[in-house]
Design a protein around this ligand. Structure first.
Ligand code: DGJ
Length: 297
């Protein structure tokens, strides 16, 4: 995908926040040569759009290294997600911070007064004392927010409710998909149902997505299999889940966002966006060569 200057959008592990009629796409910048399936991650980018077709590059909203904090090489940020806190009027960014060894396994938080930054890094933590690797955040209609993350060596997923300022866990939590080794969590709500789509824990390799549904974020979560159907569904159409975007102004219009990694040239990794069809508890994602927002009624 290209931005409105004709340059490839550099926002991997993307997630989208909508604020005051504008969509903000946040993601990790990948730059330079890939060596042993690792690439420099010089910061977090943001692109804005009113229509989801045209994207303006808003620049680097947070650098990948911040002197005087733990976010300096060999540590780097991944999977940046932003929510807006109406009470504190802060944009709150959560991310996974790690090293190439992948043992640091911490979640970190940064805040900004504006969606396009600058984000001020507040530091990292082990949420509720637990490891955090692939993660996402979800903000519910009642204002409560949750951190959803691969934990316990990546074997089990945790959901941690956050404090009202969204800056740390408040202690309420759930463990799910125990010993199932899931990564790439993406969460959304439609009506009274909460949905969670994820990938297998497979590094940069593609795997079959799975999804689960729950009546509340802390569960109970019911696992319902692979949401993707047809040829390529065993590998999520060569992608890994990153986020689910709700299209404003259309009922039940949700888009699956995935990363199509190129492990030997990560900078050239692509994005897969596909509409999700929802029937009761059931999700279905089909491959489409071309589509636009008119697929949503
Ligand atoms: C597994 C994750 O799912 C990917 O998104 C990526 O973060 C790799 N780990 C990095 O090694």
């Amino acid at each position: 995908m290209l931005d409105d200057a004709g340059k490839p959008i550099n926002a991997h592990w993307g997630s989208i926040l909508r604020y005051h009629g504008v969509y903000y796409w946040f993601g990790g910048i990948m730059e330079g040569k890939t060596i042993n399936q690792h690439v420099p991650l010089p910061g977090v980018s943001c692109y804005s759009s009113r229509d989801l077709y045209h994207w303006k590059n808003e620049g680097i909203v947070m650098p990948g290294e911040i002197a005087g904090t733990d976010l300096v090489l060999p540590r780097y940020p991944e999977r940046e997600k932003v929510i807006y806190n109406r009470r504190t009027r802060k944009f709150v960014m959560w991310m996974h911070v790690d090293t190439t060894e992948y043992h640091y396994a911490r979640a970190a938080v940064a805040v900004s007064d504006s969606p396009t930054g600058p984000y001020h890094y507040l530091g990292s933590m082990r949420p509720n004392g637990s490891e955090c690797r692939d993660m996402t955040v979800f903000q519910d209609k009642d204002g409560k927010a949750y951190l959803i993350f691969s934990s316990e060596g990546n074997a089990t997923t945790h959901i941690a409710q956050l404090t009202d300022d969204y800056l740390k866990p408040n202690g309420a939590m759930a463990r799910l998909f125990i010993d199932q080794w899931r990564e790439g969590p993406a969460v959304f709500r439609y009506g009274k149902r909460y949905f969670l789509i994820n990938s297998k824990c497979a590094g940069w390799a593609f795997s079959a997505a799975r999804f689960a549904v729950a009546p509340s974020m802390l569960g109970p979560w019911k696992e319902l299999g692979n949401p993707t159907v047809g040829a390529g569904s065993d590998k999520t159409f060569d992608s890994q889940s990153s986020d689910v975007l709700q299209v404003a102004g259309k009922r039940g219009a949700f888009i699956f966002l995935g990363d199509r990694w190129k492990p030997d040239d990560l900078v050239d990794s692509r994005y897969i966006w596909l509409p999700i069809s929802i029937q009761g508890d059931k999700l279905e994602i089909q491959w489409r060569d071309h589509w636009d927002l008119s697929v949503f009624k």
